[in-house]
Design a protein around this ligand. Structure first.
Ligand SMILES: Nc1nc2c(ncn2[C@@H]2O[C@H](COP(=O)(O)OP(=O)(O)OP(=O)(O)O)[C@@H](O)[C@H]2O)c(=O)[nH]1
Ligand SMILES: [Mg+2]
Ligand SMILES: [Zn+2]
Length: 296
């Protein structure tokens, strides 16, 4: 019997599919013809499957709204970018790269600060100032010094309903810890960063979706770096919400906001309406992307 559902977990060649109708979890395998066509089912995929025998079979992957490579997941509505203040240290370069990859896939990013308890008061205030720039750029920011205070965690929970939400960010940033505060029953494994590095692996090893607070929420393995390979130089400036606000007033259509005359983005930068660090990172990324192009 042909049914539809969503893959919520993948373990060594098996895919656990949440049946749309019965809401049961059904273990399936992918048909060989996926492998031949080099299509790999992803967590988050909506599928047609057959569940007549003991083990179901995925028959077809339905068209994806979007898909991320890092972490590997499909059909995502919003991403919680878990950003640590220390251990690992805050990096505006990494945060901006993560935001760009999310924006590139048409997913809404939210920024969630962790580990601010490890900072001095002065360091925290400085970081909070930086993050207020991201808020002004257009992002929702959760920046309490006590990351897991109930009020803030509750506010985050309220964004989950009727959406697929992915938790992403550097390894050791606190994604699993935050999820454990959101739902005490999840009991996800967490580990101090030094242990993680010693063992040479990430604490969370797989992407899996949980059905909580009327939405699907994914914990994912962290990463230490991310690249911008799929973004073109033309697209890059369009992935900055604060540039988009002003680029219509640049003299040139398709202005890259570098050396063009009468560039409104650069005027706003000079006025302090656009963050210098975001703009500096932008120029750096533009160079990086142009250098990928030269290599091919
Ligand atoms: N001091 C402090 N420690 C925290 C905080 N959040 C998380 N930690 C600790 O940081 C370590 C890493 O947390 P995890 O939740 O395992 O990090 P993760 O992002 O899930 O890491 P991966 O699964 O490897 O991607 C653990 O030892 C946590 O107890 C925080 O706000 N303050
Ligand atoms: Mg984890
Ligand atoms: Zn411009």
């Amino acid at each position: 019997m042909e049914k539809t559902g969503r893959i919520i977990k993948s373990i060594s060649g098996f895919y656990d599919v949440l049946d749309d109708e019965s809401e049961e979890l059904i273990r399936t395998r992918a048909r060989g013809n996926f492998r031949k066509r080099k299509i790999k089912p992803l967590v988050g995929d909506k599928v047609k499957f057959d569940a007549t025998g003991d083990l179901g079979y995925i028959l077809e992957i339905l068209p994806r709204d979007n898909s991320l490579v890092r972490p590997p997941i499909a059909n995502v509505d919003q991403a919680i970018v878990v950003t640590s203040s220390a251990e690992p240290n805050f990096s505006s370069n990494l945060l901006d790269k993560i935001l760009l990859n999310i924006e590139h896939n048409g997913i809404t990013p939210l920024i969630y600060l962790t580990k601010a308890d490890l900072l001095t008061n002065e360091q925290y205030l400085e970081l909070k100032q930086t993050l207020s720039g991201y808020h002004e750029a257009g992002y929702q920011v959760f920046d309490d010094q006590d990351s897991y205070n109930e009020k803030q965690v509750d506010k985050l929970k309220q964004t989950f309903a009727n959406k697929v939400t992915v938790f992403t960010g550097q390894s050791g940033a606190g994604k699993s810890t935050l999820l454990n505060h959101i739902d005490k029953d999840l009991g996800l494994a967490t580990a101090a960063i030094s242990q993680t590095l010693n063992r040479g692996k990430h604490t969370t090893r797989q992407v899996s979706l949980f059905d909580i607070f009327d939405g699907l929420v994914a914990d994912t393995p962290g990463f230490s770096s991310i690249d911008l390979q799929t973004i073109t130089p033309e697209e890059l400036p369009t992935l900055y919400p604060e540039f988009l606000r002003y680029s219509g007033e640049c003299q040139f259509r398709g202005c890259r906001h570098v050396n063009e005359p009468n560039c409104k983005v650069k005027e706003e930068l000079a006025e302090g309406k656009i963050m210098q660090s975001r703009y500096d990172n932008y120029l750096y990324f533009l160079n990086e992307i142009n250098s990928y192009k030269k290599r091919y």
